[in-house]
Design a protein around this ligand. Structure first.
Ligand SMILES: Cc1cc2nc3c(=O)[nH]c(=O)nc-3n(C[C@H](O)[C@H](O)[C@H](O)COP(=O)(O)OP(=O)(O)OC[C@H]3O[C@@H](n4cnc5c(N)ncnc54)[C@H](O)[C@@H]3O)c2cc1C
Length: 336
């Protein structure tokens, strides 16, 4: 199929609903498709994708490809890549394919770019169509977030991008929108599966997941012990605010938080409205994961700590002295 047309988004499902990043993908996918005067289609690979397919149409898709017979019930990189490759070559030939900059998207996008011999820009915070070439223009932060680079993709095949959480506006949902749901067979068998899931462990965590939370409290190596992390962060500030709990690699190395809670270049990317950065220095690798936060409040003993350069509000002091009165005042404000 030589004539590449339309925008494809790879939709992720979380707890039976479209994941927030998918709503954002549909929002930008819709706008890019309109700019090209073409269709926006979503691909959902899930055994229970029916309800989500209708949601995807309400949120901007013209067509939803539903694959319900993937060889594994849960995400597996190699076989999901094979399914998407087939969809992008045999079922349709999209001009643009968008994924979330999530654990799943980060796994799939490079594999697909290689298989499809396509250009890929990861972790984009802005996407547009070049009015002259109709190709994708992608913006992404580079040099640890200190500069914004613009990439112009070439045509001749699908153009791939992953998008950073909360960088794009979701499409305003409309239940009356009409679209087509197309069931397609996975077309791959168990031999495509290269990794076996041995065990699935649901991590117990207080509060919302950091990737979707409106407020996140992040702690760093400056926090003295796991007991103090629990007292001041998890059961302190975060519980008061109903916030997600994350932290730095320094905090992971010090055994204060699990690896799953690490924010940054090699951790999760978050974009809350409010990020409390407690006893962390603001290393560029950490900031790469939270520069999308709309407001950063830093609490640090060292007035020269780099985190203050990124913070909207800064408090110089020991977290043990700063957090208790802050919780007291917040509790008062939240109860009125
Ligand atoms: C390839 C690579 C990838 C990396 N990926 C990541 C990543 O994804 N995420 C990440 O976070 N890091 C990452 N890092 C590590 C990163 O460079 C930093 O080392 C790390 O972020 C530092 O963690 P920290 O801020 O908790 O610790 P530190 O830099 O040690 O900072 C601790 C801070 O606590 C303050 N403090 C101490 N006591 C108190 C107190 N009582 N009250 C208030 N403040 C106090 C100190 O003033 C200091 O600013 C990566 C590094 C490399 C090389």
């Amino acid at each position: 199929m030589a004539d590449h047309k339309g925008v494809f988004i790879y939709g992720e499902i979380s707890e039976g609903k479209l994941a927030p990043v998918t709503l954002e993908l549909l929002g930008i996918g819709r706008r890019l498709a309109d700019a090209r005067g073409e269709e926006c289609a979503a691909v959902l690979i899930d055994r229970k994708a029916d309800d989500c397919a209708r949601e995807a149409i309400a949120c901007g898709a013209d067509r939803v490809y539903v694959v319900q017979d993937a060889p594994t019930e849960f995400f597996e990189g190699a076989s999901f890549t094979a399914i998407l490759e087939r969809l992008c070559t045999e079922t349709a030939a999209p001009a643009i394919l968008l994924l979330g900059q999530t654990i799943t998207g980060r796994d799939l996008a490079p594999r697909l770019a290689f298989r499809l011999k396509a250009g890929l820009v990861m972790d984009c915070v802005g996407l547009a169509i070049d009015p002259e070439t109709r190709n994708l223009i992608a913006k992404k932060p580079v040099s640890g977030g200190n500069a914004l680079a613009t990439y112009a993709l070439k045509d001749g095949g699908p153009q791939l991008a992953t998008i950073r959480r909360r960088a794009m506006e979701p499409f305003k949902g409309d239940e009356r929108r009409q679209g087509e749901i197309v069931n397609v067979p996975a077309g791959v068998d168990a031999s495509e599966v290269k990794a076996k899931r041995i065990e699935r462990v649901l991590e117990e965590s207080e509060g919302p997941s950091i990737e979707n939370a409106e407020i996140v409290v992040g702690g760093g190596r400056g926090i003295d012990s796991t007991e103090e992390f629990e007292e001041y962060i998890t059961k302190g500030l975060a519980r008061t605010l109903g916030a997600g709990v994350g932290g730095t690699r320094g905090a992971v190395d010090a055994g204060l938080i699990s690896e799953q809670s690490q924010v940054g270049l090699t951790g999760k990317i978050i974009g809350p409205n409010l990020y409390f950065a407690v006893a962390l220095s603001g290393a560029i690798q950490h900031m790469a994961g939270c520069s999308g936060a709309r407001n950063i409040v830093a609490i640090n003993l060292d007035e020269n700590a780099q985190i203050f350069k990124f913070a909207r509000f800064g408090i110089v002091g020991d977290y043990r002295q700063v957090i208790p009165p802050l919780i007291e005042r917040l509790t008062e404000l939240l109860s009125t």
